[in-house]
Design a protein around this ligand. Structure first.
Ligand code: HEC
Length: 715
C-alpha cells in the first residue's frame, strides 16, 4: 500500500472530527458541612487556595496546575489507590471533578451528577436528569459530559438534551431548570458550565449533525433567568436581528463573510467546550467550533471567512457584548475547532511581559495570543501539519496549502478532523514554564460530496466518505494501527518549541494535570494512569485503572492529605467511530478513582472479557446488496458501532450480535426503537425496511469473514 492509499484508508477512521476552608477537613458529620460554599471572592482567590478545585480548570486561568506538592517527584512511587467509586455505565467519562471543602461533585455519562466525600469516596447523592435515550442520536461523539460548576450552595449541570439545571449541593435536588436549546433541533450539551459574577455561562454542541447554529448563553445563577445570549454565526438575514447581544457585530462584521444559504444548515460554530473568564481584564473568552456542514463549498458557496467559526471571541461577561475575536481557521472546511483548552497566563516575550492566552486547537498549531486585544503573538505547529505551511504573524492568517481545501481532488490532511488535540484538557505549569498537550496524529482524507443533501439522524459533513474503509486483511490493519499515534507533548510557549514528549500506544489519551510536585499526570487509552517528571518527561509512576481514561485528572487536599483523582471510562468520538484495529474486549464500566501516598486500597481483580464470537447465518445476498448495506452502515451506524463494523467494545459489534441473524429482532431494534431508552434510536422515517435488510446483509457477510479470520488465528 502506498502512503496515499494508506491515508485514504485512514480517512474513514477519522470521520469526526471550572479562601478559606469553612471547617476542618476531617469534619465527619455531613450536616455540619456547608455544601458548595463558593462565592465570587472565593472564586477570585482560587489561586491561593491549594486545597480545593473550585472550577473547571481549577482557577479562572484554567491552567490545571495544582500548587500542592506533598505528592512529588521524590515520593510518587508510593502513590496508591485511596478509594474508588463504581459507575453504572461503560459509556465515556469526560468530566473534570470539582472539589469544595472535602466534597467532590462530578458528572458521568448521560449527564448524571454524583457527589462523593473526597477523602473517603463515600457516596453522598446522585442526580439523574433522565435524558431521553433518543437524544443520543443528536450527539456526534457519545453521551458524555465534561463536569459541573458550583456557586452559592448550588451545583450546575448542562444536560445532553440541552437543559441547564441548578441542584441543591447538599441534597442533589433540583432548584431550577431551563431549556437552553430548541428540543426540536439537534443541539446537545456536553461541556461544563462556568460561573462568572453571579451568572452561569453555558454553550452547546451539535454542529456535525443537523441544522444547528452556535451560541453561548448567560443565566442568573440564583433564578435561572436568561441574562444574555451571543450567537456565534449569523442567522437567516430575512428573519432580521435576534434581539441578542450579538446582533450588532454579526450584522457589521460576520454577515459580510458568509455566502449562499448557510442558515438552512444552521452554520455551526458551536461553543461546546472552552469558555474562560479573565478576571484581570474582565473578559470572557469563548472558543467556537466548525462549520455545519464542514465543507465550505456547500455551506458558503466556497468563499468567505465565515465569522465567527473556529474562533476565540472575547465578550463582556455582564452583557455578552463583543470585544474582539481571533479566527484560527478563516473559512474552515476540515472540522477544525477552536474549542480546545484556553489557558491564561503572563509570559515574557522579547523582554516584555505580556498577558496571553494559549491554545493548541485541532489544526495542530500552538497559538500565543495577546488577551488584551486578540492579536496573534506567535504560532508554531506541535505535530506534523500539511494543510498550512505556517501562520502569518502580520495578518494572523494561516498560509494554506492550496490543495488542502479538497476542491478538485482528495486531500489527506494532517491533522484530520479528530484534531491534533481535541477536548482533552491541556495543562500549563507556571513553575516549569511548559504547556502539556495531549496530542495525537490521526490524518483524514477529505473528498467533496457532490451529491450532499442534509439529512437528520446522520452526520452532515459534506465530505464523501463512501469509498473509504479499512482493508479486511489483518496485516494491513495492523500496519494502519501503527500509524495512528498519540503522545504527551511538553511545549515551551515562549520559544514555541517542544521540551520533551512521551509516546503512547495510540491516539485519544486523557487530559493532563500539572502539579507543584514537579509532576504531570495523564491517563491513557490503554488503561494506565501515569505520572511524569514535569521538567523532563521521565515516567515515575504508573497505575492500571482497568479501563481507558480520557478525562483530566485533578488534585486536592482532604482530611489533611493530598489526593490525585480521575474519572476512568473510555469513550467519545474516536473510540466509538474509529475502527478498533486491535483485538477488542468488552469495555468495563467507568469509575472515579482517588489516590494518595500509601492509600492502601486495591481494585478488584479484573479479567478482560472477550467479545462474543461471530455467529453468522448461511443467508446469501447479491454483492450489490451487501455494498448498498456497507454505504448505509457507514452513513447511519458507523459513528456509534465503529467504522468498517470494527467496534471498540463500548457499543455492540454488530457482527457478533445474535440479532444480526434474526431479521425480526434486528428490525425491532433498528426501526421500532426497542432499545431506544438505552441510546439506540429508531431509524424509522430515515431508513426503509429494505435498506435495513441491506445493512443486515453487510453485517452477516462481514461476520462470516470475521468467523473465518478468527478460526484461522486459532490454528
Ligand atoms: C447514536 C449511536 C448509535 C447509532 C448511530 C446506531 N446505534 Fe445501534 N446501538 C446503539 C447503542 C447505545 C446500542 C446498545 C443498546 C444497549 O445497551 O442495549 C445499540 C445496539 C444496537 C443493536 C443491538 C445489538 C445487540 O446485540 O444487542 C443493533 C442490532 C443495532 N444497534 C443496530 C444499529 C444499526 C443497524 C444502526 C444504523 C442504522 C445503528 N445501530 C446505529 C447506538 C447506536
Amino acid at each position: 500500500m502506498t502512503i496515499a492509499h494508506r491515508c485514504v484508508a485512514l480517512g474513514l477512521l477519522v470521520l469526526l472530527s471550572a479562601c478559606q476552608r469553612q471547617q476542618s477537613p476531617s469534619a465527619s458529620a455531613s450536616e455540619t458541612r456547608a455544601f458548595a460554599n463558593v462565592d465570587d471572592a472565593r472564586l477570585a482567590g482560587a489561586e491561593s487556595n491549594a486545597d480545593d478545585w473550585l472550577s473547571h480548570g481549577r482557577t479562572y486561568s484554567e491552567q490545571r496546575f495544582s500548587p500542592l506538592a506533598e505528592i512529588n517527584a521524590k515520593n510518587v512511587g508510593q502513590l496508591e489507590l485511596a478509594w474508588f467509586h463504581d459507575l453504572d455505565t461503560n459509556r465515556g467519562q469526560e468530566a473534570t471533578p470539582i472539589i469544595v471543602d472535602g466534597v467532590m461533585y462530578t458528572t458521568t455519562a448521560w449527564s448524571k451528577v454524583v457527589a462523593l466525600d473526597a477523602a473517603s469516596g463515600k457516596h453522598l447523592w446522585t442526580y439523574d436528569p433522565k435524558v431521553p435515550g433518543a437524544t443520543a442520536i443528536k450527539a456526534c461523539c457519545d453521551v458524555v459530559n465534561r463536569g459541573v460548576a458550583v456557586y452559592r450552595g448550588k451545583v450546575y449541570v448542562g444536560t445532553l438534551d440541552g437543559r441547564l439545571i441548578a441542584l441543591d449541593a447538599a441534597t442533589g435536588k433540583p432548584v431550577w431548570s431551563v431549556e437552553t436549546t430548541d428540543p426540536q433541533a439537534s443541539y446537545t450539551i456536553t461541556g461544563a458550565p462556568r460561573v462568572v459574577k453571579g451568572k452561569v455561562i453555558i454553550g452547546n454542541g451539535g454542529a456535525d449533525t443537523y441544522q444547528v447554529r452556535g451560541y453561548v448563553s448567560a443565566y442568573d445563577a440564583e433564578t435561572g433567568k436568561l441574562a444574555w445570549r451571543f450567537y456565534t454565526v449569523p442567522g437567516d438575514p430575512a428573519k432580521g436581528p435576534d434581539g441578542a447581544a450579538s446582533d450588532k457585530v454579526l450584522a457589521e462584521k460576520a454577515l459580510p463573510t458568509w455566502f449562499g444559504k448557510w442558515y438552512e444548515f444552521g452554520g455551526g460554530g458551536t461553543a461546546w467546550d472552552s469558555i474562560v473568564y479573565d478576571q484581570e481584564l474582565d473578559q470572557l473568552y469563548v472558543g467556537t467550533g466548525n462549520g455545519l456542514p464542514w465543507n465550505r463549498r456547500i455551506r458558503s458557496e466556497g468563499k468567505g471567512d465565515n465569522l465567527f467559526l473556529c474562533s476565540i471571541i472575547a465578550l463582556k461577561p455582564d452583557t455578552g457584548e463583543y470585544l474582539w475575536h481571533y479566527q484560527v481557521n478563516p473559512g474552515e472546511t476540515w472540522d477544525y475547532n477552536a474549542n480546545q483548552t484556553i489557558t491564561l497566563t503572563d509570559l515574557v516575550l522579547d523582554g516584555q511581559k505580556r498577558k496571553v492566552l494559549m491554545q493548541a486547537p485541532k489544526n495542530g498549531f500552538f497559538y500565543v495570543i495577546d488577551r488584551e486585544n486578540g492579536k496573534l503573538l506567535s504560532a508554531k505547529n506541535f505535530v506534523a501539519v500539511n494543510w498550512a505551511t505556517g501562520i502569518d504573524l502580520a495578518t494572523g492568517r494561516p498560509q494554506e496549502t492550496p490543495e488542502a481545501r479538497y476542491e478538485k481532488a482528495i486531500f489527506v490532511a494532517q491533522p484530520g478532523g479528530a484534531g491534533a488535540h481535541n477536548w482533552h484538557p491541556m495543562a500549563y505549569s507556571p513553575a516549569a514554564g511548559l504547556a502539556y498537550i495531549p496530542a495525537q496524529e490521526l490524518p483524514l482524507a477529505y473528498r467533496d460530496d457532490p451529491a450532499f443533501a442534509a439529512r437528520p439522524k446522520t452526520l452532515n459533513t459534506g465530505i464523501d466518505f463512501s469509498l473509504l474503509g479499512v482493508p479486511d486483511d489483518p496485516a494491513q490493519r495492523a500496519a494502519i494501527a501503527k500509524m495512528l499515534t498519540g503522545r504527551l507533548i511538553a511545549w515551551n510557549p515562549v520559544t514555541q518549541q517542544e521540551a520533551w514528549h512521551v509516546d503512547h500506544a495510540g491516539p485519544w489519551n486523557g487530559g493532563v494535570l500539572a502539579t507543584a510536585g514537579d509532576l504531570v499526570f495523564q491517563g491513557t487509552a490503554d488503561k494506565q494512569l501515569q505520572a511524569y517528571r514535569a521538567s523532563n518527561g521521565e515516567r515515575l509512576w504508573n497505575y492500571d485503572v482497568q479501563t481507558g481514561t480520557v478525562g483530566g485528572p485533578v488534585s486536592y487536599r482532604a482530611g489533611g492529605e493530598q489526593y490525585i483523582a480521575v474519572m476512568a471510562g473510555y469513550g467519545g468520538a474516536v473510540p466509538l467511530a474509529l475502527p478498533a484495529l486491535k483485538p477488542a474486549f468488552a469495555a468495563p464500566n467507568g469509575r472515579v478513582l482517588a489516590f494518595k501516598i500509601k492509600g492502601g486500597a486495591k481494585l478488584p481483580a479484573y479479567t478482560p472479557v472477550p467479545l462474543p464470537p461471530a455467529m453468522p447465518t448461511a443467508e446469501q445476498w447479491p454483492q450489490q446488496r451487501i455494498d448498498e448495506g456497507r454505504g448505509l452502515y457507514s452513513n447511519y451506524c458507523s459513528r456509534c458501532h465503529g467504522a468498517s463494523l470494527l467496534s471498540s467494545g463500548i457499543l455492540p459489534d454488530l457482527r457478533r450480535s445474535p440479532m444480526a441473524g434474526h431479521p425480526e429482532s434486528f428490525t425491532k431494534v433498528v426501526l421500532e426503537g426497542a432499545l431506544e431508552p438505552r441510546g439506540m434510536i429508531s431509524f424509522a422515517g430515515s431508513l426503509t425496511a429494505e435498506q435495513v435488510e441491506s445493512i443486515r446483509a453487510y453485517v452477516i457477510s462481514s461476520a462470516r469473514l470475521l468467523q473465518a479470520q478468527e478460526a484461522a488465528q486459532k490454528q
